[in-house]
Design a protein around this ligand. Structure first.
Ligand code: AMP
Ligand code: GLY
Length: 421
């Protein structure tokens, strides 16, 4: 098989690397990919993820067996519909199905219809009505831009002032453009977060192992929300019964509900959940793999990823096997200033002699044969261990001796699991 992966982040590096490990795969291409991927034998294609025509032309001329879509933007732009219309195999939800991620109010309506547990909420386009609701509900309360905002359109407000200001920014000042012209105001849920992802074909759900992301920029969950600063799997403080409840009570009714309204979902479905005393509750759905969750979840997958995707695309049944021992942990190294304004151009350290860790590249580019920082999240260092402490030790001991000037990383990835043990 020849596989094409669309996207350029650490997630796409992890997906592509897993595909190259398959004996069924002759070549893996990533469009546009990033220069850091080349060390793992991934071939870069100089086409951006929004260039559907160019990508279709490439897939055709190169004889690509199937294409895998990493990020949400091409999905919501209808890349799957366009490939299918061109008679090409592609794995991911159609534009109609990707709306489960593209509109929070759409996802809320789906959950209400299907009886899926989630935070109580209401949707607004009028600031005055939103303010009235916020004042009636009280803080803490959560304000969310309805559309895509790269993980930054959510404000967890501790006070009424912050909540009202966030609603005003989105509805009155167009802070997130069209994405924020409609907002969802949501009950604050407290509890441990976890990410449950599944391979989905229509109404068939094949759950993956759970993981936990770290959304805040700084140690101790301080600072602004980011795309994710690190992740680990498994998450021992979340009992298996909670996971089973989420598969039965969230994932399965969600895909059934999508089919019922003519938006059948095939692809990766991601449920962001909070473990509450009343069971798991949904805080978001994504229509794709998570970043950085993928960089720790896929290394635990013992089955052949290329074979899984191929079988899903050809109507065959799928079985997933996972490593059952130990932990995988990943720590993101980000540019100073991320998620706000950040500097580019920092030289990246060389990890080629560090056998205990794997590095997944994201915001990087090549400059005179060296990798330099070119994005907010630059790379992720991943390791496994019998215990979380062992995996942490492997990663942090390597990072400590590298030149990480002008970058930062959290020192407490995975530590929530230790406190609760
Ligand atoms: P989202 O982009 O919807 O995943 O939200 C970003 C982050 O905000 C989540 O990972 C949570 O940490 C937090 N969050 C979102 N919704 C809620 C909620 N209803 N209650 C508490 N925290 C939330
Ligand atoms: N790590 C969260 C996300 O991918 O949306």
């Amino acid at each position: 098989m020849k596989c094409l992966v669309i996207g350029s982040g650490g997630r796409e590096h992890a997906i592509s690397k897993k595909l190259t490990a398959s004996p069924l795969v002759e070549a893996v291409y990533c469009a546009p990919g990033n220069a850091g991927m080349k060390k793992d034998g991934i071939r870069l294609v100089d086409l951006v993820e929004t260039d559907h025509e160019g990508l279709i032309e490439f897939a055709r001329s190169e004889g690509i067996t199937w294409t895998f879509v990493g990020p949400e933007i091409p999905l919501l732009n209808g890349i799957v519909d366009d490939f299918q219309a061109a008679g090409l195999a592609i794995f991911g939800p159609t534009k109609a199905a990707a709306l489960i991620e593209g509109s929070k109010s759409f996802a809320k309506d789906l959950m209400t219809r299907q009886g899926i547990p989630t935070a109580e909420s209401q949707t607004f386009t009028s600031f005055d009505e939103a303010r009235e609701y916020i004042e009636a509900k009280g803080a803490p309360i959560v304000i969310k831009a309805d559309g895509l905002a790269a993980g930054k359109g959510v404000v967890v407000a501790e006070t009424l002032e912050v909540a009202v200001a966030a609603a005003s920014e989105m509805l009155e000042n167009d802070r997130f453009g069209v994405s924020g012209q409609r907002i969802v105001v949501e009950e604050f849920l407290s509890g441990e977060e976890f990410s449950l992802l599944a391979f989905v074909r229509d109404t068939e759900v094949y759950p993956m192992v759970i993981s936990q992301d770290h959304k805040r920029a700084y140690d101790g969950d301080q600072g602004p929300n980011t795309g994710g600063m690190g992740a680990y799997t498994p998450v021992p403080q979340i009992p298996q019964a909670m996971v089973d409840q989420a598969v039965e009570g969230v994932l399965k009714p969600a895909v059934r509900g999508m089919k019922d309204i003519g938006r059948s979902f095939t692809g990766i479905l991601y449920a962001g959940l909070i473990a509450t005393p009343d069971g798991p509750k949904v805080i978001e759905f994504n229509a794709r793999f998570g970043d950085p969750e993928t960089q720790v979840v896929l290394p635990r997958l013992k089955s052949d990823l290329a074979e899984i995707i191929d079988r899903l695309l050809t109507g065959k049944s799928v079985e997933l096997t996972w490593e059952t021992e130990g932990y995988h942990l990943g720590v993101v190294v980000a540019a100073e200033g991320y998620p706000e304004n950040y500097q580019k151009g920092a030289l990246l350290p060389d990890f080629s002699a560090d056998r205990e860790v794997s590095v997944y590249y994201a915001g990087v580019k090549e400059q005179e044969k060296e990798l330099v920082a070119a994005g907010g999240r630059i790379y992720l260092v991943e390791a496994s261990g019998q215990t979380i402490e062992e995996a942490q030790e492997k990663i942090y001991s390597v990072l400590k001796v590298k030149n990480t000037d002008h970058t930062f990383y959290r020192r407490d990835i995975g530590s929530k699991a230790l406190v609760q043990k």
